[in-house]
Design a binder for this molecule. Structure first.
Ligand code: ZN
Length: 446
């Protein structure tokens, strides 16, 4: 299901058009033109940002003094897209303590599948959207509300469809999307994580080929042995570390919030001891440093006394946003160094490479200001997600996408895609205020 409401078109950039209807102006002397030029030079229209409005106003004044009607045409800033998805993942009903589809309210929480992921954001976006509409707030840019389908595994029915078929309706400068982390600890917001980019899934399989035979006769080309060795090498390979603008700033700011041991590791990422600490105790941070190769499935053989002709392993590869996949596969081949092993790429569930949305943008600044207003003691951390969202498709189209979230505890966060998913009612209301403040800062006419 797709719905899209768009409203209140307004303003920016401009052109000045004057139509001369009757007797032409007597621009008889060079000195008058020289005066015009002098005045125009004195109005600084360095682009960016241009500020052409003052120069246009000057021209309008001159023309009107001469009795010529002049009109200033203001274009508009490109829209802001408020994005969220309507589909949810399934439930293991027997593991829930409440009906996952009853939206039961208990102890300050609203329980239900999708309460956080992502109907909470649908509801918050809708509330902000309606407020702007009801208050008839004049806007510098369109605000587009998009509640989309297919995020949880079938983006071709959701964001891919919208981009392919209705791009002109959602083409935006900025988008707010799921994917942030607003961590509450002891009733206080520890940090507001804003996702500017994400790793991209690039699934692969390893195929080992050999000769089948009797299990009583060892063979050098036993595919189970070859596959195991390849999986062990790739699964323990520390791929090259590479930071981008977002992760650099993330680790810098996160160090200031962390206990001494972790802070030290984050400030000295090139040390082997730091790498070890992150790999063993903070795998979610370790994954942000590099492309990760994680073996998830091994298949091979069917009887205990038969050597199979083939064995296969599945690798969940999550590439950094600037990864060169051909080069990565070449490095993997070199590391495996075994002609019996074939590396195959899986096209399924791939998302486009998405360059990080800048932390220097008007939208990121507005989100930081909203955090400072609502949670002055906290801090905003730019983040690179290790998982995937529809933000990737939009970034690949040039939209600056920022992933945000409602304030909640780590326990609430763990329930996403799990059992007893729940949204704190207070967190939902704070989320509305956060989106509201940031939206107004970038969209309301100044
Ligand atoms: Zn989601």
């Amino acid at each position: 299901m797709r719905s899209r409401i768009r409203f209140a078109v307004r303003i920016f950039a401009l052109a000045l058009l004057a139509v001369m209807t009757a007797s032409p102006l007597a621009f008889s002397q060079e000195s008058e033109a020289a005066q015009f030029l002098t005045a125009l030079i004195k109005i600084d229209t360095s682009n960016p940002p241009g500020n052409e409005a003052s120069a246009a106003e000057y021209l309008k004044g001159i023309l009107e003094k001469e009795g010529i009607q002049a009109q200033i045409y203001e274009g508009k800033k490109r829209p802001l897209l408020l994005l969220a998805h309507l589909d949810v993942v399934g439930v293991e009903r027997s593991k829930w303590t409440v009906d996952p589809f009853a939206a039961m309210i208990k102890d300050g929480y609203i329980y239900g599948r999708g309460s956080i992921d992502d109907k909470g954001m649908v509801a918050a976006n809708l509330e902000v959207f309606l407020r702007l509409h009801r208050e008839k707030v004049p806007l510098d840019r369109d605000v587009i509300f998009l509640a989309e389908a297919g995020e949880e595994g079938t983006p071709r029915f959701g964001i891919e469809y919208m981009i392919a078929e209705h791009w002109d309706q959602i083409d935006s400068e900025f988008a707010l999307n799921e994917g942030g982390t607003a961590l509450m600890e002891n009733g206080k917001l520890k940090y507001m994580g804003v996702a500017t980019t994400e790793k991209v899934p690039r699934g692969m399989t390893l195929m080992a080929h050999g000769t089948s035979g009797h299990g009583s006769i060892p063979r050098l080309d036993n595919p189970v042995v070859h596959l195991s060795a390849a999986v062990a090498k790739l699964g323990s390979w520390q791929t090259p570390m590479r930071l981008n603008e977002t992760t650099k700033l993330l680790f810098e700011r996160l160090a200031n919030l962390s206990e001494p041991k972790l802070a030290n590791a984050l400030r000295n990422l090139h040390d082997e001891s730091s790498q070890k600490l992150l790999a063993s105790e903070h795998p979610e941070l370790y994954s942000k440093l590099r492309t990760s190769i994680v073996p998830t499935i091994i298949k091979g053989g069917f009887r205990s006394n038969v050597i199979p002709a083939e064995a296969e392993a599945t690798l969940d590869v999550r590439a950094l946003p600037d990864e060169d996949i051909d080069r990565l596969v070449a490095q993997m081949k070199e590391l495996v160094n075994d002609p019996a092993i074939e590396i195959r790429r899986v096209a399924e569930n791939n998302r486009p490479f998405n360059p990080p949305s800048p932390v220097s943008s008007e939208m990121f600044a507005a989100l930081e200001h909203a955090q400072q207003k609502l949670f002055p003691a906290s801090v905003t951390l730019p983040d690179m997600l290790t998982g995937a969202t529809d933000g990737a498709e939009l970034r690949a189209k040039g939209v600056k996408v920022y992933g945000i979230a409602a304030p909640k505890t780590a326990d609430d966060e763990r329930r996403v895609h799990g059992n007893d998913e729940r949204m704190p009612l207070a967190g939902l209301d704070q989320f509305v205020e956060y989106i509201d403040a940031a939206t107004r800062e970038v969209a309301v006419a100044k």
